[in-house]
Design a protein around this ligand. Structure first.
Ligand code: MN
Length: 255
């Protein structure tokens, strides 16, 4: 298979993993940058991630508009378009509404890495409030201006919370953004539980976060182990190919 088809196959699997791990439900989406044209990206048409197949994937331009496809796209595709525009280093983006992340968008207590598997969150997570700039809206990111404002809040980070709505996460590959998005609600749950016990949770230090990042390689066995596990649980263990097929498109876009 071509590199592009490998990538799109992974995008289908990623949709199903995110659904199976309760990161997304009927809503929420994942996208990947076009490996040969950094101004474009791929994402499903408006369909629940658990049901997404290869033929549901649409190519989008840098303004978030579908290329030669009349099927209804996700309303909030501008989240993805704006993050890809602002961040040449980003290859894959997730938007989801995972409940355990939401309290941290409502109160003045930042979500931050408190467990080792949450280290890839990177640090204190900024909260984007659509109302600050756009007043009373339906909270959905419906145009590029709103997407760009969110991307600005994300800055150079990996995650931004969206007040009363969900989160956006961004990473250098599909596998990385899936891992980040799976562990984000788990980290939030542990942090909340620790706060309920009445203390102030001790977050990972900057040095610990850096040590975790330094120990990570896209094609190391531990990365593949999680991908194979999640895909198999999601019922698509037969669609993931072999580890060596993935090495070449992780970090495909070095921007
Ligand atoms: Mn949403």
């Amino acid at each position: 298979m071509s590199q592009l088809e490998d990538l799109l196959r992974d995008l289908v699997v990623a949709n199903r993993i995110l659904a199976n791990e309760d990161v997304v439900d009927a809503y929420g989406h994942i996208s990947v940058r076009h490996p040969d044209n950094p101004r474009r990206f791929f994402m499903s048409r408006s369909r629940a991630p658990e049901l997404v197949e290869r033929h549901d994937l649409i190519e989008f331009d840098q303004e978030g508009e579908p290329i030669n496809d009349q099927r209804p796209p996700y309303l909030e595709r501008f989240i993805h378009a704006a993050i890809f525009e602002a961040r040449p280093d980003v290859v894959a983006v997730v938007h989801a509404h995972a409940e355990d992340t939401l309290p941290f968008g409502l109160i003045n207590k930042p979500l931050e890495p408190v467990i080792h598997s949450g280290s890839f969150i990177g640090g204190k997570v900024p909260v984007w409030d659509i109302r600050k700039k756009f007043g009373d809206t339906d909270l959905l990111v419906r145009n590029m201006a709103q997407g760009r404002d969110l991307a600005k809040c994300l800055g150079k980070g990996h995650v931004a919370l969206m007040r009363g709505h969900g989160f956006a996460s961004a990473a250098r590959s599909i596998i990385e953004v899936v891992r980040l998005s799976v562990y984000l609600p788990r980290n939030a749950r542990v942090q909340m539980n620790a706060m309920r016990m009445g203390g102030k949770p001790k977050p990972l230090s900057k040095g610990e976060i850096a040590a975790r990042a330094a120990g990570y390689r896209p094609n190391m066995p531990e990365t593949w182990r999680a991908w194979e596990y999640w895909a198999t649980r999601a019922g698509c263990g037969d669609r993931i190919g072999k580890p060596e097929d993935h090495a070449h498109h992780d970090h495909a876009h070095k921007g």
